[in-house]
Unconditional design. Structure first.
Length: 406
């Protein structure tokens, strides 16, 4: 019986293919929008978490200023210096390593190739804190850091743009490149990190001893950033509080004066950004879901039209013995089939959109079975809810009146 009902539903839909397609268009758009938004939202969250994880766990990022910029519109807060780094390393318990950083934009040149990139001056502690292994070569030796020698470790993007495409990762080792006129010996090549979810190409970097960058590129001893690794056995907020007290003392900030530096916990950054992307995804998805309601209204409208067009057919069926609930089931199944077809097409369209949009957003492609199943079930539920009234109207027709209908 149920199979026959489905067969009749498909026959009725196939008689008016264009009308059926236009009827399901609202469901198609709604399902596609919801699945696409949720999938891209989860992909964005994953990219953000991956980007934060690439910085390492239990890391405090210390910068001058009242945010990621200067903030407040006042004078530029003073940078850190080597004495600040030494004080943090020696006086704060729970510190595994500290990596001061100074950066400079440079043009890297090797033979006939050149590439504009960023030089990041730091210490060997950078590689202790950051999970960023080398694919070839070695890190800095203590005497190279102390003397500020012109040695460098290059990222994969710099390697590809300066050296022969397809060359082995270790090919640049022992070669000399020029950075704004400074001859630098390549001693290592970093592994690939790829595009950041919100920060550009992570592999487009050259890492050198911080003293080399300060003296030969920047012309000062300023330190713009301190990366502080925290022992996992220590309470990170307690370490952060002790670090705040120490820096306030060293920078002579007393009383209720606002800090002229900021300490960012990578775990807190990850949680905040994840929460933000989840909230935005929920809002956009809720807006997109409105089209599902519109699609449901379209199905109810076309089913009412169908009941009117098939009034004599309904009367004949009732007159020869069909029960009211059988008529109701037939029209309800037609509405459900329309909704389910719209759901299936919408899911397929959503996957196509995700494949196209994900690379443009620089986020990974994801297939989330749960949201696809939920979207399909919602589409089916819309068919039940919005198809019930037309089906009930068909089942309640008087056979005599229906047979007289012209």
């Amino acid at each position: 019986m149920l199979f026959t009902t489905f067969l009749l539903a498909f026959r009725s839909i196939s008689r008016h293919l264009m009308r059926s397609f236009l009827t399901t268009l609202g469901i198609i758009i709604g399902v596609a929008a919801v699945v696409t938004m949720v999938t891209l939202g989860q992909a964005t969250t994953l990219a953000v978490q991956k980007q934060i994880a690439s910085l390492g766990n239990n890391i405090l990022l210390v910068r001058p200023g009242q945010g990621f910029g200067r903030g407040g519109g006042g004078p530029q807060p003073p940078n850190f210096d080597a004495q600040d780094v030494a004080a943090v390393r020696d006086q704060i318990a729970g510190i595994t390593a500290i990596a001061p950083q100074a950066s400079s934009a440079v043009t890297a040149v090797y033979e006939g190739s050149n590439w504009t990139t960023t030089v990041n001056g730091t210490t060997a502690g950078f590689f202790t804190i950051q999970p960023w292994p080398l694919v070839a070569g070695r890190g800095f030796e203590p005497d190279e850091e102390q003397a500020g020698k012109a040695v460098c470790i290059i990222g994969n993007t710099v390697r590809k743009n300066l050296f022969t495409q397809g060359a082995a990762p270790g090919a640049p080792l022992g070669q000399r490149i020029r950075l704004n006129g400074i001859s630098c010996l390549v001693i290592g090549v970093l592994s690939t990190r790829g595009q950041a979810g919100f920060g550009g190409d992570q592999d487009d970097v050259v890492i050198m001893p911080i003293k080399t960058v300060q003296r030969r590129l920047n012309g000062n001893l300023d330190i713009r950033v301190m990366l502080v690794g925290v022992d996992q056995t220590y309470d990170s907020p307690a370490v952060q509080s002790a670090l705040t007290d120490l820096l306030r003392e060293r920078r002579q900030i007393t009383g209720g004066k606002q800090d002229d530096f900021n300490i960012f916990d990578t775990a807190q950054i990850s949680a905040t950004l994840t929460g933000t992307t989840t909230l935005l995804t929920g809002i956009v998805t809720a807006v997109a879901a409105i089209s599902l309601v519109v699609g449901g209204i379209g199905i109810m409208n076309i089913m009412l039209v169908s009941v009117t067009e098939r009034t004599r057919e309904i009367g004949i069926r009732l007159a020869i013995g069909a029960l009211a609930h059988e008529v109701l089931t037939q029209f309800l199944v037609e509405a459900i089939v329309l909704s389910c077809l719209g759901g299936i097409i919408g899911i397929a369209l959503a996957q196509l959109l995700v494949v196209i949009i994900a690379p443009l957003m620089q986020v990974p492609w994801l297939f989330v079975p749960r949201i696809n199943v939920i979207a399909f079930l919602i589409a089916a539920a819309i068919g039940v809810v919005f198809g019930y009234f037309p089906a009930r109207r068909a089942a309640s027709l008087n056979p005599i009146d229906a047979l007289r209908y012209e």
